[in-house]
Design a protein around this ligand. Structure first.
Ligand code: SF4
Length: 423
């Protein structure tokens, strides 16, 4: 093995992979068998964090950064003048095993530019996973990228070796895709997703009847959307996300703030700040829609198509619905408890448990982990105090921001000055 050349390829192809954030191993339960290597528990893959706070896995690489497409937002696009490289299938297998044995990684996240055609590329990605599973007896986590346009047969095979599959739709809307990646067709993303969805259902059904049915993509499928490249509103992004969750039973949609990497009049200029705060607000909204019973129309409307960047979306909703508050924490139902700013789902369950035995006051609520700096404006409890009194939504927002310890706090500075006089 030419170690210098492998090292060079690793530098190029690990660097090119850092723009993909969809690398969580959550949801996989593959266990070690036949005294093999690895074990993908729910905390599975080893993560690290880049300077801007993104999560990356330690062996997160592209098979190649050659690509026949020219998507404007992508560093790998064919017109970009960059160093190119391609791993052989066996090289990725050897690296994965070598890194695993050294305890550097707990799994593999393998993506690729598209060389020759989608099937040619997909076959090679599958080749890596197949060798790892069958020849190396590797039971660690494997996340494979599904190449848009890959055939059904290959998608079926991919799920037999990978824990998770994902097709990145990248640009949330069709109009954005047409603008930034005119060679791509939305149906090329949809077809592999649909195939994977149907296979997962089929294999689960078979497993109920036949115990020896193999696992098929046990951690499901996910996708990634780039935020801030195509000019979409938050409402457009969340509607697109909801469509993909529902139609293809996705486990996760990842939102990745666009990092300006090229001069192109269709894109934000180089030097434009990466929209990390917006990314964070979209994740919060995603969570509210999937786990807290919110509907998109409650959080984003034609009049307000973008989220409030100063405050989280639940607080923003609550401030627009002050008529529903204060809620009596000792009486409110589970649905409404989950809508109180500063009260998470775990806390809701704790409140319901605890109030069976006593009427809860502020001391009890603090002991249960309620974020009282936000919740106190929306709650009545056994202490008899109610912080909101006759305050307006703007006043409450100002007071909350004033006491915020958020890492994004510097963005609130102007607001703080505005409300200083209230105290
Ligand atoms: S097809 Fe994928 S790798 Fe190729 S330029 Fe487009 S986004 Fe980049």
């Amino acid at each position: 093995m030419n170690y210098e050349r492998i090292k060079e390829k690793l530098d190029i192809l690990a660097d090119a992979a850092k723009y993909d954030v969809s690398c969580s191993s959550s949801g996989s339960t593959r266990t070690n068998k036949n005294k093999g290597l690895g074990n993908s528990s729910s905390s599975g893959i080893c993560h690290t964090y880049t300077e801007d706070g993104r999560c990356v896995s330690l062996l997160k690489i592209l098979l190649t950064n050659h690509c026949i497409f020219n998507c404007a937002y992508c560093v790998t696009r064919k017109s970009n003048d960059i160093k190119r490289a391609a791993f052989k299938v066996q090289e990725v297998v050897d690296l994965t095993i070598a890194f695993y044995r050294r305890n550097y990684i707990e799994g593999l996240f393998l993506s690729s530019g598209i060389f020759k055609n989608p099937d040619y590329t997909m076959e090679r990605l599958i080749g890596v996973a197949k060798k790892l599973r069958l020849e190396e007896n590797f039971n660690g986590y494997i996340h494979l990228k599904s190449i848009p346009g890959a055939s059904d047969e290959l998608m079926r095979e991919a799920g037999l070796y990978a824990d998770r599959l994902s097709v990145n739709i990248e640009i949330p809307t069709e109009k954005g895709l047409k603008l930034l990646a005119p060679d791509k067709d939305r149906k090329d993303f949809i077809m592999p997703m649909n195939k994977v969805k149907n296979e997962i259902i089929q294999y689960k059904n078979d497993k109920r009847k036949f115990k020896n049915t193999p696992l098929y993509a046990p951690a499901g499928q996910s996708t990634q959307m780039i935020i801030g490249a195509g000019g979409e509103t938050d409402a457009e992004i969340m509607y697109s996300s909801a469509y993909f969750y529902k139609q293809f039973n996705l486990k996760r949609v990842y939102y990745s703030g666009y990092i300006p990497i090229s001069y192109d009049e269709r894109l934000p200029a180089i030097g434009t700040e990466v929209p990390l705060l917006r990314e964070n607000r979209l994740y919060q909204t995603d969570w509210l829609l999937r786990f807290y019973g919110f509907d998109i129309r409650e959080l984003l409307t034609p009049e307000h198509p973008n989220l409030d960047s100063d405050i989280d979306p639940k607080l923003s909703w609550a401030l627009r619905h002050l008529d529903l508050f204060p809620l009596d924490i000792n009486k409110a139902d589970k649905f409404m408890l989950a809508r109180i700013p500063g009260v998470g789902l775990k806390s809701v369950n704790k409140i319901i448990q605890a109030r069976r035995f006593r009427r809860l006051n502020w001391d009890h609520l603090k002991a249960l982990g309620i974020a009282s700096n936000r919740a106190k404006y929306f709650i009545l409890c056994n202490s008899g105090e109610y912080e909101s009194k006759d305050r307006t939504a703007a006043q409450i927002k100002g007071l909350i921001l004033q006491n915020s310890t958020s890492k994004f706090r510097k963005t609130f500075d102007q607001q703080l000055n505005l409300f200083n006089s209230i105290n």
